[in-house]
Write a protein that binds this ligand. Structure first.
Ligand SMILES: [Fe+2]
Length: 283
């Protein structure tokens, strides 16, 4: 199932959230802790409704337009909302999006998408697993660990500088996170500028440590769970995207492949089908 299939399911999936209405303004307008996913979705929808309204006021064409001013307005609003999320472990354990599987290193579970502005995913990481190195061809990708801890490893393409690595972390915790490694393999040493990847930083992110990245930063990343216990992270992509570039052989890769974003479950429905996942392309 691709991301395009989800747009027609948006309303039905939303209705599944305990009867929550789009006009439940009490939840949307609260500035306190966000203690449920329906409340989170409501708050996210409010942000993007405002984006559309502001675009009309500015003469930008309204819905469907690109998010001009994303860095200045939309991104801080989204970060502020995500920082307010506080789900307790018991609720996380019984969410219909929380799936564990030995068939894949981690499950990617679509919680919700409006089909236009954003998609919200829950990823459950088995112990001692990692994603492949990949990019994010969107305006933004927020990652928020909600149980356990994960390690985000950042890369640049050889010969390129990350123009805004300082802005890739947006959470208060991210600024204080420990860098667990730093590689200095150089482009000059192999004469292969632009074709290989250089690890720049590995950052442990624990519950509540919000991070942000996009291709505009010049960075690629990999997420790992190096712990003996499973970990769970929430991912907000804006706008939704269906494909990304993956470096299946790690830093030694000279070429990337295009991989479809595969969901282990969508809108709480699992399994999507009985297909075997192609782990080379699983992202
Ligand atoms: Fe990612």
């Amino acid at each position: 199932m691709s991301i395009s299939d989800f747009s027609t399911e948006v309303e039905s999936s939303f209705a599944a959230f305990s009867g929550l209405s789009r006009v439940d303004s009490d939840i949307c307008s609260s500035a306190g802790p966000i203690t449920s996913l329906p409340s989170l979705i409501c708050a996210l929808d409010a942000v993007f409704r405002a984006v559309d309204v502001e675009a009309v006021v500015a003469g930008g064409g309204g819905e469907g337009r690109s998010q001009d001013g994303f860095e200045e307005t939309t991104r801080p609003r989204l970060a502020e909302i995500l920082r307010r999320l506080n789900l307790d472990d018991e609720e996380i354990a019984i969410l219909p999006y929380t799936h564990w599987s030995d068939r894949v290193p981690y499950t990617r579970n679509l919680i919700h998408t409006d089909g236009k502005h954003y998609s919200l995913l829950l990823l459950c990481w088995n112990a001692k697993t990692a994603s492949k190195i990949h990019d994010h061809p969107v305006q933004g990708c927020f990652v928020l660990p909600i149980r356990g801890s994960i390690v985000e490893t950042l890369y640049t393409r050889n010969g390129e500088s990350s123009s805004s690595c300082g802005s890739c972390g947006v959470g208060s915790g991210s600024d204080n996170s420990s860098s667990s490694s730093s590689s200095s393999s150089s482009s000059e040493s192999n004469g292969d500028i632009g074709n290989t990847l250089v690890e720049t930083k590995a950052i442990r992110r624990s519950k509540g440590d919000l991070s942000f990245m996009s291709n505009a930063s010049g960075l690629l990343h990999k997420i790992s769970n190096d712990q003996e216990q499973g970990a769970i992270s929430l991912h907000l992509y804006t706008p939704p995207f269906s494909r990304c570039q993956v470096w299946p052989n790690g830093v030694s890769s000279k070429e990337s492949i295009t991989a479809d974003m595969v969901f282990y479950s969508a809108h709480g429905k699992h399994p999507l089908d009985d297909k075997e996942f192609d782990l080379e392309f699983y992202i």
